[in-house]
Design a protein. Structure first.
Length: 207
């Protein structure tokens, strides 16, 4: 599984939203942590105790340069070295769709974390639907910028898919945060038609 998102303006806004949903002083595990920017922000702004897991060696080096605690590992292989409920939050930002075994990854996150924060691009977003319908090719956008043959996104999903996944497994959805162009859309209309109007979603779940 490969981390691939650059630290763009939109990604920083995504991080700010996640940061606002983490309690100060918490213990945080960030999976697919990239260069460690989210953990750095959490440490400086929320005084969390954090660790990252990252498969890419160059990103691991960047984490170390930021003073971020990190281990190199593949989250598809699980979190066997971490005890049950040993972290207040386990975060998976913009990476779920890149995992080979998303159901197993989520299971492990819920085992290790008291709360789990997951964000992913919503493949049912209206621009994605229209692109596929009118152009007949796999959609591309700022958050889905790859060609079909070189994309790391192997398990694309929708808000409705994830809700169904949680319902089938008795996973409690504590919060849903709908964003488009990296801005929160929390009016009633956007909530009712979230699966159609939301570009990216952040879920806070527990079990």
């Amino acid at each position: 599984m490969k981390s691939h998102y650059t630290e763009s303006k939109g990604l920083h806004l995504n991080y700010e939203i996640i940061l606002n949903n983490i309690k100060a002083g918490s213990k945080v595990l960030d999976l697919g942590c990239g260069s460690g920017e989210l953990l750095r922000m959490l440490r400086e702004k929320k005084q969390i105790r954090g660790r990252g897991v990252e498969i890419n060696e160059s990103n691991v080096i960047k984490c170390i340069e930021k003073g971020v605690s990190v281990v190199q590992g593949n989250i598809d292989e699980g979190l066997k070295e971490y005890q049950d409920k040993s972290y207040d939050y386990v975060i998976l930002s913009k990476t779920l769709q890149c995992t080979h075994k998303p159901d197993y990854v989520i299971h492990e996150m819920l085992r290790v974390g008291k709360k789990v924060v997951i964000s992913f691009p919503n493949f049912a977003y209206w621009r994605v639907r229209f692109h596929l319908f009118f152009k007949g090719t796999m959609p591309k956008s700022k958050i889905l910028p790859f060609e079909w043959y070189d994309t790391p996104n192997i398990h694309l999903l929708t808000i409705k898919d994830f809700r169904g996944f949680c319902a089938d497994r008795n996973i409690v959805i504590e919060k849903e945060i709908f964003t488009t162009r990296a801005l929160i859309r929390d009016n009633l209309f956007n909530k009712i038609f979230s699966n159609f109007l939301t570009e990216e979603v952040i879920f806070v779940v527990s079990k």
